[in-house]
Design a protein around this ligand. Sequence first.
Ligand SMILES: Nc1nc2c(ncn2[C@@H]2O[C@H](COP(=O)(O)OP(=O)(O)O)[C@@H](O)[C@H]2O)c(=O)[nH]1
Ligand SMILES: [Mg+2]
Length: 478
Amino acid sequence: MKRAYLQTDDDIAARASAPGDAAIAVVRTAGPGSIERLARVFSRPGILLAAPSHQAVYGRIVGPGKRPVDEVLALVFRAPAGYTGQDGVDVLCHGGQTVVDAVMETLTAVGFQRALPGEFTFRAFINGKLDLARAEAVDELVKARTAGARGNALARLGGELSRRLELLHRELVRLAAACALRLDYGEDESPEDFLDERAALAAVRDGCANLAATYRVGRLLRDGARVVIAGRTNAGKSSLFNCLLKQERAIVSSQPGTTRDYVEAVLDLDGFPVTLIDTAGLRDSADLVEGEGMRRSRLLCEAADLVLYVVDAVAGLEVGDQAFLSEVQRPLLAVWNKLDNSAAGAAPADGRRWLGLSALDGQGESALVAALRTALVGMPAAGEALPDPDGLAITSDRQRQALLRAVAALDDALGLLGSGAIDQPEGVAETAFVHAGFGLDMVAVDIQAALAALGELSGETTSADILDALFSSFCVGK
Ligand SMILES: Nc1nc2c(ncn2[C@@H]2O[C@H](COP(=O)(O)OP(=O)(O)O)[C@@H](O)[C@H]2O)c(=O)[nH]1
Ligand SMILES: [Mg+2]
């Protein structure tokens, strides 16, 4: 039978370290009976069973007939300490694949179940060691590809997002209580006018909206972006590729058609992982219209988050370039390269913003990088700081959707409280709507809806299906 995450009484085991040969591998176990179960295949069961939490016990994993399987160090964790909050032992064995396989076989033979992806973290979540926002950060920390992505995941793992959410949540609970109190007192004996809380409600709404807006940065930190360098052969695509990467990755040649297929590498763009793809050149006009190079470049461009289209300023804009530029449906930056060459012409006045560059001497590079960053991360809205990879950012669409649901509910509530009401002139019964008892009960409903949405972020009110989907995308052993 297929196991489920909620079977938290099972003793589970999985390799927690990366596959492949290494000096040491970690096989992690957890579950209420895990220490006793492991003792059945451990050469020094008495010492293991008596070990206090966090103690390392040296010994051997032994199979049937006391046949030694491997020499190991067993790190004992006792509930509620340890990662999962359950009893568990991290077994440090030798790192070869066959060793790990043999240890895992020995463990499953005495009843350990193979852990599902993310099952250890799921248990940590269920046992209150981590809320959902922090649990999600664990997986991202493991998969982070740049220092910026790592820093963001680590901050969320450390609880920065959870704290921010907690503040919003607490303020909403206060508002819900104030609203309930006002409803209880009825029309005339209102201890305070709930309209006074409009600003507080709006502040929570803005807090949720601002967090939701960090998704763009967070997603980019987590997934990175694909940037394809396209253009005719000899335009300087490979030179630009190398220039951005600060290394000679792609072959640069004055011989047309050197880059036959494509080359890709990860560029750390101010902390954002950008996969840069140098494509094969488009050889001549026939090639541009129907050639294989064109077809492949176009396919790569279609899957790109952004296209860097390079034109040789000495050769100038040709028909093929124009055809390509008019066809590409993706966001694009047009690059006018080889400006160092005295024969370079002026960029075409075709209404498009051309970024001047010399991939050879680097002039225009920093402006190009800035334009690239702006195009990928987006322009800050008025009054907003430039998106910052070191700032706190949410990385999952699930989190964004929940925040947007909270925003929508609070917008409803604010609408009921009447946006214009407060500014109305004397004599107008600006509070009549609320005082008459209309609306305030609906405001209360909206606040509860917003609270429920925030609860989904921390995992307080997240359904089992969502939890399943979420944790199953984790690595096994995490
Ligand atoms: N003067 C000058 N030459 C360049 C520049 N960028 C590339 N080249 C030269 O143009 C030729 C083709 O460059 P390459 O990067 O291989 O072009 P690709 O075919 O588009 O990849 C090489 O001889 C490069 O040295 C530049 O900015 N200035
Ligand atoms: Mg090339």
